[in-house]
Design a protein around this ligand. Sequence first.
Ligand code: XMP
Length: 517
Amino acid sequence: MPSKVVIIDYGSQVTQLIARRVREAGVYSEIHPCVITAEQVRALEPSAIILSGGPASVGEPDAPALDKGLLDLGTPVLGICYGMQALALTLGGTLEQSRTREYGPADFTFTAASPLWDGLDRSRPSRVWMSHGDTVKTPPPGFSVIGSTATLDVAAMADENRRIYAVQFHPEVHHSEDGDRILRNFLFRIAGLTPDWTMSSFVERVLRETREKVGDGHVICALSGGVDSTVVAVLLHKAIGKRLHCVFVDNGVLRAGEGEEVVNYLREHFDLNLTFVRAQDRFLKLLEGVEDPERKRKIIGHTFIEVFDEEARNISAECGKVEWLAQGTLYPDVIESVSHKGPSAVIKSHHNVGGLPEKMNMKLIEPLRELFKDEVRKVATEIGLPDSITWRHPFPGPGLAIRVVGEVTAARLDILRQADSIVQEELRESGWYRKIWQGFAVLLPLKTVGVMGDGRTYEHVIALRCVDSVDAMTADWARLPAELLERMSRRIINEVKGVNRVVYDISSKPPSTIEWE
Ligand code: XMP
């Protein structure tokens, strides 16, 4: 059976990072809310368990508890931060409550040998990242102290016999310089796991499972041009061939050439069953006079569902019945979010196709629901998609409609499309496209004065938005070289009729969002 790490989430902001680090080490991991019982964990057949950090204080009356039965499963356990304190409290150690939090870097001293420190130079301190209030004062019976810092006598502890380990710092965070090695020591030296989570084994399994699930049924899939839906389509096509029916809707607010590029590629290279629906006029008519961004989103969302539904009926009429709907849901959309009072069980609907399944009364197939975005990109490469699709920046469902600030008209879309094409071209040519999370142009709802030749102009303003991010939850403005910004500005003003000014957005998220609307 493949190795599996179960991560119990006590609500830390960085729990997903633990899961990603484990997977980067080649071991499958999944996150479960902290109210899970030992019996439920046993049923998951984990090969190792990691207890995450969390914002609560273990001493509080409603602090999330650790089911002691977990520690009797005989499975190796690593507690991180809150996980360490929960372990200490459950097994009879003592804790020190603190009113102040220690937050940031600390120098960690390895005070005893341990397989957790395998391969590390124990003669020097290791820089680690801390974020905690409470601390362990005395470890539980059976545990020994294996590390300390200037402020913490017990910064790491271990019961080698029961293979239970705990660290006060966050090894999953890059600022902990030996963190990755420590996590890998836990996985491979201590738990003896095999790094068998590879994208080629994932692809094989998805193909097999899809064939079993769908049998001789038909599946419909909305293609958006982004990497997620393209990977879903290609995987399903490999699994069931022409019984997959893809639908690409041109909603009139796509980038220049966006639809054609992906659709042509997929038709040529994979011989996909694909319907290209040209519904630009229908969408633009409904958007006439609308300025409120949320209304734009709703109109585009509803109309998309209508168009897609009509298409699904046509396809059903042709081939019997289509009972499956494929979606590009990813793992972060599926993880139940927890507050420290327990799981809030909020499952986000997928941004782009939210509402489709309920409306359409179809069975869902979500082949990527175990994957993080970086893993989807690895699958894309594995199944032979070109870099231009694999590394495509995320593009919002409501498309350029939320980048034309104010009313969306064909003329204003045209200006934005031209400016945006220049941005895309320059980012690609300079090699910056791959380095940033998203980069695009925004058309502002104002005109400003300029000079051209001997005359004054009164024309549109384009804002450039380029950001670094790992998950779009937070973002920082990208420090693009001045020469690149200058070239984009000069080209947009020279080549796009109606624009006489370009500005660069230097705000980070929070408080600003990535999109302007
Ligand atoms: P914000 O603007 O909220 O964007 O910082 C975060 C990420 O989400 C994308 N985004 C959307 N995607 N439908 C989508 O499919 C939307 O309505 C939408 N709004 C924002 C945005 O491009 C960024 O990647």
